[in-house]
Design a binder for this molecule. Sequence first.
Ligand code: PHE
Length: 435
Amino acid sequence: MSQAPREEWGSRLGFVLAAVGSAVGLGNIWRFSYLSAEHGGAAFVVLYLAITVVIALPILLAELVVGRGSGRSPIAALRHYGGRAWAPLGGLCVCAGFVILAYYSVIAGWTLRFTVEAISHGFDEGAATRWSEIRTGWPAVGWHLAFMGITIWIVLGGIRAGIERAALLLMPLLFAVVCGIAIYAATLTGSGAGYSYFLDVDLNQIWSLEVFAAAASQAFFSLSLGMGAMLTYASYLSRESRLEEESLLISVSDFGVAFISGLMVFPLIFALGLSAEVGESTLGALFVTLPTAFAEMQATGRVIGVLFFGALAVAALTSAISLLEVVVASAIDQLAWSRRRAVWIAGTLAAAIGILPALDLGALDWMDKLAGNVLLIAGGLALAVFVGWVMRDPISELRPGGESPPWLLAWLWLLRIPVPLVLAAVLYQALRALF
Ligand code: PHE
């Protein structure tokens, strides 16, 4: 194992933006708003928030504690605190990283293609036919490879010069575009129906294990939990960082962007009278309904459309970077590879796996369900048990030499009992649905 001095983030802001960059991704813009609209509107949003605070936030903090304390990637970090028996859990993180990165890059490739084509010749009316032509096949493979190439290029630069610099540059841009489009959408006549579609309360919807499991999986996916991404990023932090504040900042920003995305997508669609098409599928809405709306809005639509798909591609990029970094950091720590070698080999492997979902939408859907609903939840469950029961003194790892206020005891208690119980139920539901 290499014991070379580890790179560190250049600044606190750099770390927070990189972690928010990992969290804010396709999950926020593509998935969250649809889940809410489908499952009870504002009632779902409240359920989602509750799960984020009680289940996801404790796990996020746990990942940050294990990462910073060990200064290692998942496999080595878990072995550091728990001995050999826990190393396979780190292996599960690496596998999840590969699976998610592979299909995530395919979807990101579509957004890249939409951005580039919108710049070069705008949107056309036949969005539905166009979409059915381009979503799979070798051109989709090509765009997936292009996206993976950009990801590889940034991760090659390392923590400060690659990942941190990209986050400092791209994240403020992304926030500005998402807020800007949401504000613009609010000025359109007829946008009101979009807000009610997104947020109208339907209390009957949220009382089922299915919806609960969907909200929990979404919270995990959205915060990049359960596969060691946050753990790995935290391993490049210095001892002085205040993890409880960072974890709050990350979750608030992640939720904020998800919520504002809903305020951007639906008002646009409804203002243009395209509500009939909205219910069909989440991907369809993103890649068919919105392009149709942009086409109808002509010149303005082209500008908004370029910004919208550009923002999606950027959000996907900063998430893909963190996925690749988990695998790369593990190869560096476990195999003593150079960063260069680890990035090229891991990136090429993930790119190769991604060819399958690029050619077969069924495979993409299955990988998404396997990763999002099963692997991440299983990873989170194991991590809660690990920090709650196995690690010797997580509280003093969080606050070296400090006192332990009651909320810290509450954090540990949550990790010990409620979080594992709830995640076990969610995992049971996910396995039942998958097989
Ligand atoms: N959080 C990202 C999103 O919402 C996806 C992701 C999951 C990234 C797991 C890294 C790890 O799109």
